[in-house]
Design a protein around this ligand. Structure first.
Ligand SMILES: [Fe+2]
Ligand SMILES: [Fe+2]
Length: 290
């Protein structure tokens, strides 16, 4: 049973984040199709064509050496078939979520460059881990990684003074951020992010791992995705993306963590795959920015 005090905290947070703008309709529609077996390339192409800038980027990517047949694809519909639905969704996320928070002015208690670097890194580790886990969709995992900490941006945007005080005291006391958040807001940034994604129409398969990346139980739906998201986040933080205070860093043992999610590669092989992915992703990011 939720106490009246907790209920009041939830209401306070949800009211606050309701001020955050929506994603463009076309983006929500495309993300809503992720993992929908009944959707076809036509459905996605129809929405993409409503946004000329986005459609152009998808065409350029489908024609790049990274994804496809250089120069061979001239229709959005064929580009979607070539890239795959979920790759299109992950590109749409990369291209659109940044711009939503870019415009918010005022004091930022989190370093935005560090925030996005950590999000991209986590997304790339998710993609590599999902490929190694075999039965997981690498592009869905990528999207989860890109969005996993979006709740922290939402809290900072909705409650700037309180959130900057919270980050400060988490730093001073060495308390993990998510614990301070639960105390003050009744939920952590994963759960807040998931509420925001729900409002944006993003499906459960993305939302639930985001909600649970700082705490889940073994009967959780989408557990394998949640576990690789947690691991990808920890790898990024262990490599120095120290955006948030985390207790996991000190005792980080990559080999045993990989084994725990059922992945049996050496840490050297894993590092080589990640490096390759980072290089390829850089090409895609440059193309999206151009
Ligand atoms: Fe997080
Ligand atoms: Fe994170």
């Amino acid at each position: 049973m939720e106490s009246p005090e907790l209920k009041a905290k939830y209401r306070y947070v949800l009211d606050g984040i309701s001020q955050i703008p929506s994603l463009p309709t076309v983006v929500s529609k495309i993300l809503g199709i992720i993992n929908n077996p009944r959707a076809g390339a036509d459905d996605i192409a129809k929405y993409l064509e409503m946004d000329v800038g986005l459609a152009g980027k998808i065409l350029r990517l489908a024609n790049s050496a990274y994804y496809g047949v250089p120069g061979g694809i001239t229709s959005v519909n064929r580009a979607v078939v070539q890239l795959g639905f979920n790759a299109v969704s992950s590109i749409v996320v990369s291209a659109s979520v940044f711009s939503l928070f870019k415009s918010s002015s005022g004091h930022h208690s989190m370093n935005r460059v560090a925030f996005w670097r950590h999000s991209i890194e986590t997304a790339l580790y998710c993609r590599v881990l999902a490929r190694l886990a075999e039965h997981l969709d690498a592009e869905i995992a990528f999207t989860q990684g890109m969005l996993h900490d979006i709740g922290a941006l939402a809290l900072e945007t909705a409650f700037p003074a309180e959130y900057s005080g919270l980050i400060e005291s988490a730093r001073k006391t060495g308390t993990p951020l998510e614990i301070c958040e639960r105390e003050l807001f009744g939920m952590d940034h994963g759960q807040v992010g998931s509420r925001l994604l729900e409002r944006w129409g993003i499906p459960e398969i993305v939302r639930i791992p985001v909600a649970e990346h700082h705490g889940y139980n073994n009967s959780s739906p989408y557990l394998p995705y949640t576990q690789i998201l947690e691991l990808a986040n920890d790898i990024s933080q262990s490599k120095g993306s120290l955006l948030f205070v985390s207790q996991t860093i000190a005792s980080f043992d990559l080999q045993s963590r990989l084994a725990r999610v059922g992945i049996s590669v050496t840490t050297e092989a894993f590092a080589a795959l990640c490096e390759e992915e980072m290089k390829r992703a850089q090409l895609v990011m440059n193309l999206l920015r151009s």
